[in-house]
Write a protein that binds this ligand. Structure first.
Ligand code: SAH
Length: 432
């Protein structure tokens, strides 16, 4: 399987894993096919086998440190890949093999798992990794070395007083993304409660072998990610995407509220569904000061458990085609309309897909009239030499089979401009 685009996990086929990995086979046979998720050795055996078989990663862990469940970790990395791929300045919405990306794993832990998954799956990605815990830091370094990833990693042991995103000390001007799985709990009492399954219908999940610095920090997950938000308000565009897992829905909601209160309009919410018996539902929140918009399926989680008013504005808009549009008539109409406007429009017939870039509302009646007049007077070429800033970039796809046109918002800060363009395109296809 192509690791660069490996899909997220939904379930694990333990039987197949036992066949593929001799160490895990022993675990599987010893428990007669009934894995004991309360047993730390079983969990280690499982994580190590998945990493080995699915990613070619060898993991070692010191005693008393968290053993990361792989599906949940990979699903976050896979989501971050989708976030970056769909907000690439090249508007490709796919994995660009040549694109160099640099990320930061805040609190990489004894496993260094996020950094390793990122680098193993994307050969052109490099990673910075920090941790405040000496044992974890050294163990992560050993894992990077064992997997030949040390040369692609910048490691920094920090302290709890230092910045969470210490760009200067890392010696890097900018980052493409940060990711983080923060300590979730405020104190040991809150941790005990949660681990005992209080308030959960299903009771406790897998055993947690974490040490206190892995599990507890001032303010819990909300406190930790609030610090990342505060640092982001200073660093702004120096990091393209800031992101973190949040352990509680209430914390994820509070972070989005905080982003909104600072007028940050470009954010995305993801969900990590457990899939297996060993997991708990988690949330991901990412935000950017840039104007590149991630694709709809990344920015807004499926299912209704996240409050509507805290979801980012939809970045896609579908127009159903009436039956009067057959074959290529929709494509022709689209091209006619867009080619007549004062914007850059690039259409690729083979994929029935085009990208447009507009410097303002060029589809409005007044603008169109003035543009027509300038064209008649031969003044248009002159304007083409002026470098105009793109205020809205969009992709249009004609999906013949579904009988619809899909508009996607690729770039721009102005939600009203995007909505106005969607309304205009909608009218083109209602009129026939
Ligand atoms: N990323 C790993 C570990 C998560 S546990 C995983 O997903 O499995 C949280 C980690 O954050 C711990 O290793 C802890 O030592 C580290 N940590 C806590 N406070 C930190 C801080 N202020 N800066 C950097 N890392 C920190």
């Amino acid at each position: 399987m192509d690791l660069a685009q490996r899909p997220p996990y939904s379930t694990i086929d333990f039987k197949a894993l036992a066949k593929a990995d001799s160490d895990f086979k022993q675990t599987w046979q010893t428990c007669s096919g009934k894995l004991d998720f309360q047993d730390p050795a079983t969990l280690q055996s499982l994580s190590k086998a998945i990493l080995r078989v699915d990613f070619g990663i060898e993991l070692s862990l010191p005693d008393g440190r968290l053993c990361p469940p792989v599906p949940n970790r990979w699903n976050y990395v896979s989501w971050v890949q989708g976030l970056l791929d769909s907000s690439s300045p090249a508007y490709t919405n796919k994995y660009e093999r040549e694109r160099r990306v640099i990320g930061l794993d805040i609190g990489t832990g004894a496993s260094g798992i996020y950094a390793m998954l990122c680098m193993k799956s994307r050969p052109n990605w490099t990673m910075c990794a920090t941790d405040i815990d000496k044992t974890s830091f050294e163990s992560a370094a050993a894992n990077f070395a064992k997997n030949n990833l040390l040369s692609r990693t910048k490691m920094l042991q920090t302290t709890s007083k230092m910045l969470l995103i210490p760009l200067e000390i890392l010696g890097t001007q900018q980052l493409d993304f940060t990711l983080c799985n923060p300590p979730f709990f405020i104190d040991s009492a809150e941790m005990e409660k949660s681990l005992n399954g209080e308030g959960k219908a299903t009771g406790p999940n897998a055993i947690c072998s974490g040490s206190s610095n892995e599990m507890i920090c001032p303010g819990g997950d909300l406190g930790f990610v609030t610090r990342i938000v505060e640092e982001s308000l200073v660093l702004r565009g120096k990091v393209k995407w800031y992101s973190s897992v949040l352990g509680k829905l209430s914390s994820a909601k509070a972070i989005v509220e905080l982003l909104k209160s600072h007028n940050i309009t470009n954010w995305a919410v993801g969900v990590l569904e457990p899939g297996t018996k060993t997991g708990t539902k988690r949330w991901i929140v990412a935000w950017s000061f840039g104007d590149l918009r991630p694709r709809h399926s990344i920015a807004r989680p499926r299912g209704g458990s996240f409050p509507y008013d805290l979801l980012p504005f939809p970045t896609s808009y579908n127009i159903s085609l009436s039956s009067s549009f057959t074959g290529s008539t929709a494509e022709d109409k689209l091209n006619d309309q867009l080619s007549a406007l004062d914007l850059t429009w690039t259409w690729v017939p083979a994929t029935a897909m085009g990208v447009g870039e507009a410097s303002e509302n060029v589809w409005g009646r007044a603008y169109r009239r003035a543009y027509e007049r300038r064209k008649r007077e031969g003044q248009v070429e002159m304007r083409d030499t002026i470098d105009r800033k793109t205020q809205l970039a969009f992709r249009v796809t004609v999906v013949q089979l579904a009988g619809e046109i899909v508009l996607e918002w690729l770039r721009g800060d102005d939600q009203v401009l995007w909505e106005s363009f969607c309304g205009c395109a909608h009218r083109w296809f209602k009129q026939v």
